[in-house]
Design a protein around this ligand. Structure first.
Ligand code: NDP
Length: 333
């Protein structure tokens, strides 16, 4: 009989790649979305008829518990979150409820109704806040924004349920990972979408996070701090690490990154150069897009994952940005 996997937040970048991966491995996949008046979910259109879609919300514990009880999944991946760090300052309570407490609703449903299930919880590099250098699983938690603090709580609750109740739960401390399915809320995708719109002369522009057209009439995209530095990898590869964690004999937390880092400026250079444009002519900056507190430049040391899971990143930073630009050139015509 095929194994059953429940993906909470299947409409996300990671949830949709994970569904692709699990289907290829022969799983029966149930994916949750939130009830919404906007039913179009671009990332999962291609999954129609291949997975079972259910409605659930991390704010509503019963909606999670019902699915855990009903499907008795072998594996549960909680991908869902208020996932935008920048929005967590304007929505600190909501972020705590969804990204922090929402995780306990999942863990407790497993403890009560499907204690055999294996759980993957998406935590984040943001739990390390302003620590700089190279992070391993032993790096102290020092989150410095509402999103990172909610993820830190989730991270520690995973360990708590593992040690206190014997739940097979793993936290993935994932560094930034991008793809053509990344939301426009995030800077890499914002840049690659802007490049495509400028190059293709798109008139019906998507809106940016301030509700303005992504590209100004002067042909410029507005960004925040260009020296902001991140460890960026490819999401389609990162979901493989999630699955590998749940195949081990013992549950454990793993850092998943590329052990390299680049700046937002580097993203601009590569993305605009890929279509023969000079980024200096098309990028403006605004203080309105700065974070109240930045996180430090930090690289994710994936050696434990490499040793124990056999996982390592394969796509370079430059290739990742180029493949995102190519996808956006095809999408925005
Ligand atoms: P996305 O931003 O693409 O998607 C977030 C998902 O969460 C969406 O499916 C969204 O549903 C769902 N969601 C939001 N609020 C709720 C709620 N109240 N109840 C149920 N579902 C909800 O996420 P990513 O794929 O980028 O990231 C996946 C996970 O990994 C997230 O937990 C994120 O915080 C974490 N992470 C991501 C990193 C990255 O670089 N991508 C780095 C480190 C951690 P809807 O479509 O309805 O909005």
């Amino acid at each position: 009989m095929a194994a059953t996997a429940l993906i909470i937040g299947v409409s996300s970048q990671d949830g949709s790649y994970l569904a692709d991966l699990l289907l290829a491995k022969g799983y029966d996949v149930i994916g949750t979305i939130r009830r919404s008046t906007n039913f179009y979910q671009e990332n999962i259109v291609h999954l129609s008829g291949k997975i079972k879609i259910e409605a659930a919300d991390l704010l509503d514990g019963e909606s999670i518990a019902r699915l855990v009880r009903q499907y008795q999944p072998d594996e549960i991946y909680n991908i869902a979150a208020q996932s935008v760090p920048a929005d967590s300052w304007s929505h600190p309570f909501y972020t705590g409820e969804v990204t922090g407490l929402g995780v306990v609703r999942v863990l407790d449903a497993v403890r009560l109704f499907a204690p055999h299930a294996r759980v993957y919880q998406a935590t984040s590099r943001e739990i390390y806040g302003n620590v700089s250098g190279v992070a391993t699983e032993a790096t102290p938690i020092d989150a410095n924004n509402p999103y990172g603090i909610a993820k830190a709580y989730a991270h520690m609750m995973v360990r708590c349920y593992r040690e206190s109740y014997g739940v097979f739960a793993c936290a993935g401390v994932l560094f930034n990972h991008e793809s053509p399915r990344r939301s426009l809320h995030f800077v890499t995708r914002k840049i690659t979408a802007a490049v495509a719109c400028i190059k293709n002369g798109v008139r019906q522009l998507p809106l940016d996070e301030l509700g303005r057209p992504l590209v100004s009439p002067e042909g410029k995209v507005t960004l925040g701090w260009l020296d902001s530095e991140r460890d960026w990898g490819y999401a389609a590869e990162y979901v493989e690490a999630m699955w590998l964690m749940l195949q081990k004999d013992q549950p454990k937390d793993y850092v998943i990154g590329t052990n390299t880092s680049h700046t937002v400026r580097n993203v601009c250079e590569i993305a605009f150069a890929h279509v023969g444009l000079d980024w200096n002519e098309h990028v403006a900056t605004s203080e309105a897009l700065l974070r109240p507190t930045e996180i430090a430049a930090l690289q994710g040391d994936y050696s434990l994952a490499q040793r124990e899971l056999g996982w390592q990143p394969r796509t370079s930073f430059a290739d990742l940005i180029r493949l995102m630009v190519d996808a956006d050139l095809a999408r925005f015509r």
